[in-house]
Design a protein around this ligand. Sequence first.
Ligand code: DP6
Length: 325
Amino acid sequence: MTHGTSQENITVQASPNLALIKYWGKSDVEKNLPATPSIGITLKNLTTTTTVARSEKDSVVVNDIPVDIERFTPFFDSLREYFDSKDCFSCYSRNNFPTSAGLASSSSGFAALAFGAGKLLDPGVSLDIISGLARIGSASAARAVFGGFVSFPSHAEHADKIHEEHFWPELRIVVVEISKTAKTISSRGAMERARLTSPFYREWCLDSEKIFPKALSALANKDLESLGPFIRSSYLKMFATMFSSEPPILYWKPESLVAIRCCEEMRLKSIGAWETMDAGAQVKIFCLEKDVSKITQVIKEALPHVGILISEPGPGPKEILQKTV
Ligand code: DP6
């Protein structure tokens, strides 16, 4: 199969995909297949802008810093294999939010890259194929290839869109930026350590399968009071595998715990604030639009120095008319 366009470069904007139900651990390390099913939302307002151009050799620059190409080699090799191409690519990428700090920058990064390079090689390529290629780079990126609400079953090769971006117009995500510093251990390294050393890892995988259909159904009903406990259970059990790894992994900062406690207290006062965390110190709170100002006020009072971003379900990657970033 030989595809290809004469187009030499493309600029793509993609947003990170935040998991309500977490992917954590691989069932096939080489193919980067997830061991647990996940559900995520592609976040509006947080963007990665990536220009992908045909080039002599593969190179990637993120926020003006050249990155180690080794991390990208399996992705580029799979891309060339799928499209039966010999093309190499140079990629310039910029995030409008902290990179590698637990805000899913690898999901938007690989989604933008897979979308851009895929479209250069075949403008008619399907999102399922792009999702499968993005997965080779980062499994959470398989979800970020779609806008709105996305599911990614365990062991699957690509993610699936489950609801459109405007499916639940009242849903908001309050992102509490506890730290802008890049994490010291990558999510990839941390989940592999958990898989190999945590005594709770097997239970984590089994439990994730149990809550996945329940969370999907709560989401289909737009029922935050039912969905919230699954969101909470998923991230806390994921962290249980980290705390119990050898050596243990601890992404949390004292301020993360303050934000978690604020959510707990707000829920006691019937404010639906359901927090989650990823591989980093940031806390993201799922809530309804009517509660955003109250939640923001409570967090600001408790943590006056943190940054707060308000997001909502957003679109998937799209080509934009910009040749350089
Ligand atoms: C905690 O997708 O970054 O954000 O596939 O190894 O690149 P790799 O991992 P990555 O892990 C994301 C983990 C998470 C949870 C999630 O997004 O589901």
